[in-house]
Design a protein around this ligand. Structure first.
Ligand SMILES: [Zn+2]
Length: 162
C-alpha cells in the first residue's frame, strides 16, 4: 500500500483528513446558513460566510454516478483493476468521489443506497469508502463501521470479517 498516491493536505483539507484519522467523517457546515460543504474550503458557497463547524455526517449516501476503471491505470492500482470509481451523494447533500467495496462492478446502479466504512490504511491515513446498505447496520457510536486494514484479527465479538 505504501506506493499508493497519498493526500498531501494543507489548510482546511488537513482538518478533514485529521478527523478521518481519528475515526470520524466530518464535513464543514456553515454556521450562518447550515449548508454542508465538501471539498473543504474557506467560505460557504451558498452565503459566503467563513463561519463554520466540523460536524459528523450520518454515513448514509447513495450512488449518484459511477464508472469502472480498466488498465492502463497507475501502477499502484494495477492489481485492483477493473475497479469502480463512484460519486456518492451524502444524505447531508455533498457529493464525494470514492469506491463501493462489496458490489460487483456489473451490479452498480445509480440510486443504490450505500453506507460509510472507514478504511484505515495505516496510522496516518484513513479513507472514507462505501458498502451497499444492509439492515441492520453494524455500527459504532458514530453510526458507521470502521475497518482496520493493518490489524490481523478483529477483537472477539467486535468488528467483522472482511
Ligand atoms: Zn452559508
Amino acid at each position: 500500500m505504501t506506493d499508493f498516491p497519498r493526500p498531501a493536505p494543507t489548510g482546511d483539507h488537513a482538518v478533514y483528513w485529521d478527523w478521518l484519522r481519528r475515526g470520524e467523517l466530518r464535513l464543514q457546515r456553515c454556521a450562518s446558513c447550515g449548508t454542508w460543504r465538501f471539498h473543504p474550503r474557506p467560505r460557504c458557497p451558498a452565503c459566503r460566510s467563513a463561519e463554520h463547524a466540523w460536524e459528523p455526517v450520518s454515513g448514509q449516501a447513495e450512488v449518484a454516478s459511477w464508472t469502472v476503471c480498466y488498465p492502463p491505470v497507475l501502477p499502484a492500482f494495477q492489481e485492483r483493476a477493473p475497479y469502480n470509481a463512484v460519486v456518492v451523494q451524502l444524505a447531508e447533500g455533498p457529493f464525494m468521489v470514492s469506491n463501493v467495496l462489496d458490489v460487483a462492478n456489473e451490479d452498480l446502479q445509480v440510486g443504490m443506497k450505500v453506507e460509510l466504512e472507514l478504511v484505515r490504511i495505516d496510522d496516518d491515513l484513513t479513507l472514507p469508502q462505501w458498502r451497499k446498505h444492509t439492515l441492520p447496520v453494524f455500527a459504532h457510536s458514530a453510526g458507521y463501521r470502521t475497518r482496520i486494514e493493518h490489524t490481523p484479527a478483529p477483537r472477539p465479538g467486535r468488528g467483522r470479517a472482511s
